[in-house]
Design a protein around this ligand. Structure first.
Ligand SMILES: NC(=O)c1ccc[n+]([C@@H]2O[C@H](COP(=O)([O-])OP(=O)(O)OC[C@H]3O[C@@H](n4cnc5c(N)ncnc54)[C@H](O)[C@@H]3O)[C@@H](O)[C@H]2O)c1
Ligand SMILES: O=c1ccn([C@@H]2O[C@H](COP(=O)(O)OP(=O)(O)O[C@H]3O[C@H](CO)[C@@H](O)[C@H](O)[C@H]3O)[C@@H](O)[C@H]2O)c(=O)[nH]1
Length: 480
């Protein structure tokens, strides 16, 4: 029986391995992690992450051919194929701080593999890493190899949160990069055979190592660039009276552009886009390509601009101050159908409002109060470290309350900010909300989920990203 071990039981390791296990009953899959609470949660009824469809998959194969364990060394030693899916945060100190990937966790995983292995291994990069990481990993593994043969493959993951299970069941493509040697090609075939259990052959792409590593960064950069492009347009739409949804629809009809990923928003979030683009920028700079680096940097600048533009819009509309005013925030996760808050635009927006002394009342159907307090107190990039290395829970911010109901959050509020596109926000009783709010009552829709015309009929002053402005808002400058 082939044995797979995955180091890192996070958003990628957990769901990916669960899907391999369910699709390949003859393969034993063990997911290991240094975090005991995380492994305990994977072994419990309440999984550590919320992802539609994940429970069913895990429960169908856990204890049969899918296991979660903290016994990292034992399972690594026994495995034929080792996936490494550990954190690759942005460096906060030293050379490349604020841009380069911090490979501490990857390196310690590689050293541990080298220490405990007694048989040949295929080591698969699942984490997103800088180009040429495989070369460094190879050096660590082979430095003291005791005659063991290691083959390194790059197999980046393209799943998106909220749709991870669907994405893993039906991937647009699986990408496997390896050495162009006979050993490298054999390893590629071995990994390909795993995916071939459910992914059509034509969707499994094989490349050299560096193309695979770079393709992951490139894919995220292209996706994020689309959002920054449409968000840049949204600012121009507001200035001119055009409607960004109409513009997106019109350009998306061009088959060369396509309709997906053109929704204007308060900004993109998530654990990957910003981190991976910063990583790309750093690699460009290190390779003497400052123009290319600046091109990609702009994607992040526009994203930051979009978030501060939103905060400025809120503050300037409300007579240039939100001091002491209750502002309800609906949605804190970085997108719908996930409880993940990593780099969520809500963090920057809330911090902006708190900076102007607002009283913020937050509701998100999947995010706990503890998580929100932690996010609002955390330093940039601290979130991307294993749980037990993160700062302990901070004292709760007095200006912030977290509630479990949208009506409670909006009661007596001066304004509502919608920051995640949860379906339930479309179906709220906005008349009831209006009746219980201070007047004038504002809605700032950062995800274009509400029917602005209906809300205006009720009496709200409505701001929707990239849409023609209310007369009220027109004369209020929203300069970032
Ligand atoms: N989240 C996504 O949607 C996504 C998608 C594609 C790629 N990625 C990439 O995948 C990687 C993992 O991301 P994630 O979202 O799963 O992160 P995560 O923080 O959810 O999980 C990483 C896990 O690795 C564990 N870990 C760290 N060092 C370890 C070690 N030495 N031994 C054992 N366990 C260790 C941590 O405790 C943590 O549970 C990152 O490189 C990320 O960029 C993420
Ligand atoms: O038209 C759009 C589409 C997305 N977003 C925002 O962009 C962010 C990222 O969304 P999405 O890409 O759907 O989620 P992620 O889970 O971050 O997935 C991205 O990052 C992963 C980690 O690398 C990759 O594997 C995925 O392919 C890539 O889509 C979220 O804040 C979304 O709200 C928009 O604002 N407008």
């Amino acid at each position: 029986m082939v044995k797979i071990c995955c180091i890192g039981a996070g958003y990628v390791g957990g769901p990916t391995m669960a899907v391999i296990a369910i699709k390949c009953p003859a393969i034993e899959v063990v997911v290991v992690d240094i975090s005991k609470p995380r492994i305990d949660a994977w072994n419990s009824d309440t999984l550590p992450i919320y992802e539609p469809g994940l429970d069913e998959v895990v429960k169908a194969c856990r204890g049969k051919n899918l296991f979660f364990s903290t016994d990292v060394e034992k399972h690594v030693a026994e495995a034929d194929i080792i996936f490494v899916s550990v954190n690759t945060p942005t460096k906060t100190r030293g050379l490349g701080a604020g841009k380069a990937a911090d490979l501490t966790y990857w390196e310690s995983a590689a050293r541990m593999i080298a220490d405990v292995s007694k048989s040949d291994k295929i080591v698969v990069e699942k984490s997103t890493v800088p180009v040429k990481t495989a070369e460094a990993i190879e050096k660590i593994l082979t430095h003291n190899s005791k005659g063991i043969n290691y083959q390194i493959l790059s197999n980046p993951e393209f799943l998106a949160e909220g749709t991870a299970i669907d994405d893993l069941f039906k991937p647009d493509r699986v990408l496997i990069g390896g050495r162009e040697t006979p050993g490298g090609q054999k390893a590629i075939q071995a990994l390909k055979a795993v995916y071939a259990h459910w992914v059509p052959e034509e969707n499994i792409i094989t490349t050299n190592l560096w193309s695979a590593e770079l393709s992951k960064l490139a894919a995220n950069a292209f996706l994020a660039q689309r959002i920054s492009s449409v968000n840049a347009m949204s600012a121009l739409c507001e200035a001119t009276g055009a409607d960004v949804s109409e513009v997106s629809y019109a350009i998306g009809k061009d088959s060369r552009i396509g309709p997906k990923f053109l929704s204007a928003s308060v900004g993109f979030g998530g654990s990957c886009f910003q981190k991976d683009i910063l990583n790309l920028v750093y690699i460009c700079e290190c390779n003497g390509l400052p123009e290319v680096a600046n091109y990609w940097k702009q994607v992040i600048k526009i994203n930051d601009y979009q978030k501060s533009r939103f905060v400025n819009r809120v503050v300037s509309s409300m007579f240039n101050t939100v001091s002491g005013k209750k502002v309800a925030v609906l949605g804190f996760a970085f997108k719908k159908d996930t409880g993940d808050t990593r780099e969520a635009p809500a963090i920057d927006v809330c911090n902006g409002l708190l900076g102007d002394k607002a009283q913020v009342s937050i509701y998100d159907p999947q995010v706990t109060g503890e998580q929100i307090q932690r996010d609002l107190a955390m330093n940039k990039f601290d979130w991307d470290h294993p749980m037990h290395l993160q700062p302990t829970s901070p004292a709760a911010l007095k200006q912030v309350s977290v509630v479990w109901d949208a009506y409670e959050a909006t009661k007596d509020a001066h304004a509502v900010c919608i920051l995640t596109e949860w379906e339930e926000f479309k179906k709220l009783d906005y008349q009831k909300i209006f009746d219980n709010m201070q007047k004038p009552a504002f809605v700032f829709d950062g995800r274009n989920v509400v029917d602005a015309a209906k809300l205006r009929e009720i009496g709200f002053i409505v701001y929707s990203i990239g849409k023609p402005l209310d007369a009220w808002l027109k004369d209020m400058p929203a300069v970032a």
